[in-house]
Write a protein that binds this ligand. Sequence first.
Ligand code: HEC
Length: 190
Amino acid sequence: MHSTIRLSASCLLCAAAAVTAAQSVVKPTGNPPRFPEADKRLTDQVKPASNNWLLDANDDAERFRRLQIVASGTDIPMWEIGNRFEELHIAVTKGNWEMGVYHLEKMRDRMNTSGMKRPARTQNIEAMFFKSGAYQNMHDALTSKDASRMRAEFQNMRGVCMACHNAENVGFLNDSAVFKRTEAFPPPGR
Ligand code: HEC
């Protein structure tokens, strides 16, 4: 390991990449790289399509355009919120209030960036998730360490999630697995 100290930072990266490539179980197909036909603007790129999908773009405007597409609107944040909501359910089940606060605060941040990305959703995010008290009451319940209060506020928040889906005309998503898995708590002590 000591010999690596003499390598420059860039060569360390090369070495790390080489190790990763050597260890990959995914064998290249040999198919020629090309851009998806769905996005016609990609073919304006002067450099050939490669794994440097951001750095090889013609200019920063195109780089930002690509980043904005990849960052998505509400769907990827909601995917994350759904996962964190399940972890919050586990935290409440176990009475691990710190883990609950951790996930809840990340959910808060993701709700707000969702509104930044899809501003027509801000009204319902703010009114239903924040100004209704759903977020703060859940936070207060966790820091109170009162198990029954935590459980009650969790179920209240679950109702807010589903009500907002109805308000945003995506009520069909209330059949998602996350809501089935969080519909109840095991008896205390489990
Ligand atoms: C603005 C009100 C609003 C609130 C509050 C809200 N959601 Fe959503 N949620 C949406 C919208 C809108 C979509 C659909 C996104 C799209 O059309 O790209 C969505 C989609 C989802 C999805 C599907 C994501 C996917 O594409 O896989 C899940 C899961 C989800 N929400 C969970 C939750 C949970 C859990 C909560 C509560 C903690 C919550 N949502 C609160 C508006 C909301």
